[in-house]
Design a protein around this ligand. Structure first.
Ligand code: AP5
Length: 224
């Protein structure tokens, strides 16, 4: 496959970040996660972070204009010439259209949009048990993927915390926003022949195997 331009798509807690870590190891491609970019901006107190914080804390989407140019510039950068793994973008029709226009301008195409399908009850279970290292960003789950020592990251012993937007009152709002504003993009990408559905309820390893099988099939189709 000449380029691997992947979009990881799905509701909050579907396992996009978990799979992204594995795919990064597989393909060594730049990982562009808008949620991570925004959280870093909030932590550093940049102008973007100050504008985004209120929306994120409320479980709402950050306005399109704060993200579109940033993402388009990032995936057009030299180190993303062989591809990238995009997580959390697009989330609105305006973002999807802007991405499509940018790709057309660059003469590139999206390889696949991987949709991780997980029902809401399981998403709530996953999000409420998620813990994240303040230093390494490594993601855990208190039941299904606990750290060796409670509250401490396996990598460097740093503190594990719950994301502000993982509190129960915000999670419900994030799911509603996903169903209202982002889920319509499933048919948008399906109509364009780019959507690949992945059963996200399986174990992380089984999900990863499925993704690799999907990508291998795409590679095969490209050579035919
Ligand atoms: P963002 O950071 O993108 O959050 P999200 O889409 O809500 O996704 P999550 O990070 O919650 O979940 P994930 O799918 O990565 O799951 P994970 O692998 O961690 O966005 C945050 C906010 O930023 C948004 O609300 C919005 O305000 C703003 N924003 C970002 N992008 C934007 C955009 N484009 N436009 C506007 N606003 C934007 O897994 C979750 C848990 O489940 C973990 O504990 C994990 O261990 C566990 N787990 C994972 N896989 C499995 C499995 N297979 N089985 C069992 N457990 C599993």
């Amino acid at each position: 496959m000449s380029e691997l331009n992947l979009i990881l798509f799905g509701p909050p807690g579907a396992g996009k970040g978990t799979q992204a870590a594995r795919l990064q190891e597989d393909f060594r491609l730049p990982y562009v996660a808008t949620g991570d970019i925004l959280r870093a901006a909030v932590k550093e107190g940049t102008e973007l972070g100050q504008k985004a914080k209120g929306f994120m804390d409320a479980g709402a989407l950050v306005p399109d204009e704060l993200l579109i140019d940033l993402v388009v510039d990032r995936i057009g950068a030299e180190d993303a010439r062989d591809g990238f793994i995009l997580d959390g973008f697009p989330r609105t029709r305006a973002q999807a259209d802007a991405l499509a226009a940018a790709f057309e301008g660059l003469g590139r195409r999206i390889t696949a949009v991987l949709l991780f399908d997980v029902p809401d009850e399981e998403l709530i279970r996953r999000i409420s048990g998620r813990r994240v290292s303040v230093k390494t960003g490594r993601v855990y789950h208190v039941e299904s993927d606990p750290p060796k020592h409670e509250g401490r990251c396996d990598v460097d012993g740093s503190r594990l915390v719950q994301r502000d937007d993982d509190k129960p009152e915000v999670v419900k709002q994030r799911l509603d926003v996903y169903h209202d504003q982002t889920e319509p993009l499933v048919s948008y990408y399906d109509e364009r022949g780019l959507l690949r559905r992945i059963d996200g309820t399986r174990s992380p390893t089984e999900v990863h195997d499925h993704v690799r099988a999907v990508l291998a099939t795409l590679r095969l189709e490209e050579t035919l």
